[in-house]
Design a binder for this molecule. Sequence first.
Ligand SMILES: [Fe+2]
Length: 688
Amino acid sequence: MTSISRREFLSLATALGASAAWACVRPRPSRAPWTERRDLFPEGVASGDPRADGVVLWTRRPGGDRPISLTLEVAEDPAFARVVATARAAATPEADWTVRVLVGGLAPAREYFYRFADANGDGSRVGRTITAPADEDPRAVRFAFVSCQDPTTGALNAYRRMIHEDERAAPADRLAFVLHLGDFVYEVVNYPEDRPQGYYDRALRDLVRYPRGQKIRDFHVPVHVDDYRVLYRAYLHDPDLQDARARWPFVCMWDNHEFSWNGWQSLQNFGAGNVPAQTRKVAANQAWWEYQPARVATPAKSLDTFRAPRVTDAPIERFDAHGLGREPNNLAAIGSLTGYRALRFGRHLDLLLTDQHSYRSEEPTGRPEARAFQSPDFPELVPQEALEILDAGRAWDGGRSPASIRHGDADVPNFRRAEPPQTILGATQKAWFLDRLRRSRATWKVWGNSQGVLDWRADPQNLPAGLTRPWPGAGYAGFGGGDPSTAYVERAEIYDVVARERITGFACVAGDRHSFWAGLMAKALPPAAFEPVGVALITGSISAAGLVEALEHRFPERHPLRALYLADRPGASRPAPTVNMLLRHGVRSCLEYAASGDLARARALSNSDNAPHLAFVDMGGHGYAAVRVSGEDIESEFVCIPRPVTRSETSDGGPLRYRVRHRAALWRPGERPTLEQRVVEGDPGLGA
Ligand SMILES: [Fe+2]
């Protein structure tokens, strides 16, 4: 949608629950008094979901018990000599003093500046935003994608690095927006006194204290909207995050932690089974809506407040053929905010964002019955055939789902035999997604998926006899379930549409895994036919700890399979993360590398069938990723920083570990995508 009428714009603003401003034709100097008072706007400013003609602007101005009237100015210049739009908006306690203004009538692909001020002229900091290019704009678009930031356990240096690089980039290379793929906040909070030993390499920072909250074991979780609000406010006081929000428009989609660690629909699970939590799901949605400026819909369509539906935490026991809990409070809770949406950026980019938690069915390998497939003898590994059978449920093998699954000497009951296949998107969202994918006219159809789609697997069937117990599976092993990489039925449905309809330029960007991955999307791997249909990129976490850090702290020193995960090299301060090699090359390469330290000999033993879909894996990387799409190609850049244990005091955010690029030329219908890799700076070690 390039341009809309003023009337259409106003109805759009109403549907989104935002105050509205329409840009005037003739710019004029600012007439509103403004003196910067950051202390009165402690969470800064933000903009979100840019379109070619407008953007959503945000701030928070806390007060006493009366609403505070604010004036917004939008200008073409940072001195506000050319103001093009003004609006009035009220900060109210009902929305926790947050304010959203939808601005329309702006020019495409253009930088704007904005600021808020109260009646006294006490003003917010100045924000910068950028509108999207018009639909036919042929220029390339570059954006960053990020996920998983936790300032209580690590520093957000990645944002400082991103700002530093963007300020120095040529105009055509600057970021058009930042795509945040979730875990913007972590609702699971360790208070320092509950964990004096800290968390892996990190000392805990005392940033979040829930006014209500619930303590579970050694962590605290929110129980009320005031708890979730405290979480967002604490995070937005981080200077690196706040500066990033003031510099670029953000496009945000939640992952799990915006609601609950193991949450699905409006259920929570802290290890003792599913617990209905409709009231908390509504609270999480309300806080997200209040703190993330976005073009998302609420049923109430209020201009200024969320209007939370009244729900109770009723048991959710009846699920339909798509795994959706039909309990009315569940439907009201997940219906209180619809996050999936599409945004267009010029000729080459359609961004399709999906929600991986509100509609998903229960994750099969998260159930207690699935523990039979896990064993400390084979850390992280689950037989692939078990993952596939459990995913498919009654649809396995054309309806011939087995009563049990062979595992070593045991026959494990197939508890999924009578249940529908796993879905992550749910029926309604999936229909929307496939429809948008089919109808897209942009060169690149980029799926913004909070979770990674690339398989992570290993080949324990190739372990030499006698090293440990025999592998109880039939062949390959997956690294457990929980994301689209083990939703085999659903991903095949999506990828089959892409293949059948000869859709090109399909790519997926994701977060969640706290690791950098580059590869190709395919519904199956060898020994099945490997037929890639798109490019997949996964970004490392901004700060949250990843698998390598966890392995360094938790993996037993004398485990017979330690070499598959970590290699202890003489004189090295840390073990080498052979798990990166395991995921790409398999067990024989890891054993060789741990024994000899000889990379060439290790790679010569690579099992090329293990991961033909992967070009890069670094399970220990932090930082951010950027993507550039054009009429010819897609190019990603992984910007990896050292483990962000402390905040960098330098304006560049600290040193780089490495910068690696992956490029895929646009393929023609019927052709396969391929990836080229280039290490531009630093050394990705066993990742490349
Ligand atoms: Fe995360």
